[in-house]
Design a protein around this ligand. Sequence first.
Ligand code: ADP
Ligand code: TRP
Length: 330
Amino acid sequence: MTRVLTGIKPTGNIHLGNYVGAIRPALRRAETASESFFFMADIHALNQVQDPELYRKWTYSVAASWLCSGLDPEVSHFYRQSDIPEVFELATILTTITPKGWMNKAHAYKAALDKNREAGIDDDVDINMGLYTYPILMAADILIFDADIVPVGKDQIQHIEITRDIAERINNFYKTEALILPEHELQAAAQAMPGTDGRKMSKSYDNVVPLFASKKEWKTAIYSIVTDSSERHDPKTVDGAAVYDIYAALATEEQTAELRRALEAGELGWGDAKGELLKLLEDVLGESVERYNHYMTNTKELDEILQAGAAKVRPYARETIDRVREAVGI
Ligand code: ADP
Ligand code: TRP
């Protein structure tokens, strides 16, 4: 029996990179798991997003994106982290045994610290305790549901290792088997999807192609993708070209081979390739955009789905908390 679990922070609208690098592989992985848990890591996002309107919007947007990418809440457990109080109860207990030094080494905190030092300002500027203890809350997300497998991107592997270390520490110290040690599973995308400027697509770089958007928004994003200056009839180098890479991540092998051939042969220009990409998005995602828009204007439906999801999983969470409380003597 394998239990797969992963979460996404609602820190912005979902883009094609998130879809190809996180949502799609997680949903595929769920097909061979006995149970899957997918959630909005909204309390994690609260460290970054401190505008209530935007925060609410992005939480709904991430939820709608999962649902419109094929998540079936009848098959996978689907919930909002903040609806599971047991997560926070466990996180608090975990803090009591987690050495501070482990948090000092966590990469997101270290990056923030390094940035302050480079700027020559106090170490602690703009670093909240949520960022500092981020890995403990993430450990609670995972341990509360006895997850075996956690599909993540490369940057999250350290967090899964910390999760294992914390679980092991509790188990050893209290001579218990209350917590199950999870394993990470790297869900790569051999390489990150490039954004419109050729760097990794990321909401922090303002270079994204949104997953669910109007044709106009897609068009604006796609036509801003950088290309080299070759003309239509020139034979083109497709390897490393952002427009080709984005296309290839979403198209069938045959479609991809055909686009490569036509670009290399100088039959299509980069502008044509962008047109092909726009057509592809409309074909592959067009219908889901309507559903996405429906959810975003009927957020009550999302609330109902998420609350039903939370109600379904809370008994599992309670069992874990009961084991842990018993083990530590509460
Ligand atoms: P962003 O860089 O836009 O802030 P996040 O860091 O919130 O994205 O990532 C959420 C998930 O999406 C992670 O699993 C991450 O590995 C994946 N992801 C983000 N950007 C890309 C990309 N360009 N290509 C592939 N996967 C990506
Ligand atoms: N930290 C993850 C990220 O930034 C999101 C996350 C929070 C998560 N809790 C999790 C991922 C538990 C997997 C399991 O992408």
